[in-house]
Design a protein around this ligand. Sequence first.
Ligand code: R5P
Length: 296
Amino acid sequence: MPTAIVTSLPDYIEPAQRLAKELGYDYQPIRVHRFPDGECRVSVPTHPPAHIIICQSLHHPNDKLVELLLAIQTLRPAGVERVSLVAPYLCYMRQDKAFHPGEAISQQIIGRLLAELVDDLITVDAHLHRVDMLQQAIPLENAINVSAAPALGEFLQQQDLQPLLLGPDSESQQWAQQIAEVGGFDWAVANKQRSSDVEVRITLPDIDFQDRLVVLVDDVISSGHTLAQAAAELHQAGARKICCLVTHALFAEGALELLQQADIKDIWSSDSITHQSNIIHLADMLSTQLQTLIGD
Ligand code: R5P
């Protein structure tokens, strides 16, 4: 009997298999059947080892949270003593306060749910802007948030572009700065005002963009409006070429087209969320972090 196996829900098989390979464990899937009414039937690996590593990003989270709940509550009575969740994209981290009376603080509520379900949790570039540490959102000792910035920086260094990195808002400074440090790139951040999910205004910093190759860097592309608007401003300011590099390719419907219309040439992302822009695999980094966490 192996000491651990890696598993995932059906939409995350390839990244989970890459993690299993890095760790030297077998991969076995969690199977999900969707009934016509939207309910699901979840089947977990039979005769599981004592340690299960679930590698599953939690974009489009509502179904996945229920599927994970059913899977884990089936695995525990089958003898699983330790559940490690590797969720490169962690859901519901953005609503970290009640912006209006009556709003659910989903970061805390979903954080508590996950903390009760699993023993270890690793995520990547979690959206933590009003809390300092992941444990404040996920009350679990073994909850860690790692950054993909070194991997993104190494990728960019290999492109040999001498770019100027631009974060579209103050929150993106951490990624712009860290990625820039890897390759010694110039970097700056813009100012963003968001008036709705799809309406943003970007004000560029007062530097010379004329003829520069600018790489927009951020944690997430969701609707695409942040980076499309930043690209429009950069074109106005004379940038020669604009590309973008992000950790999480959430890409809501129409986002890719929006970025292409904004004349963003290359769109690069990590495989935290499976998307055609994926070019940086995180398995190596995640396996190192997991081995450190579980003491393997
Ligand atoms: C915001 O704080 C994030 O870092 C991203 O800038 C934002 O989530 C991107 O969203 P969208 O693509 O919908 O503009």
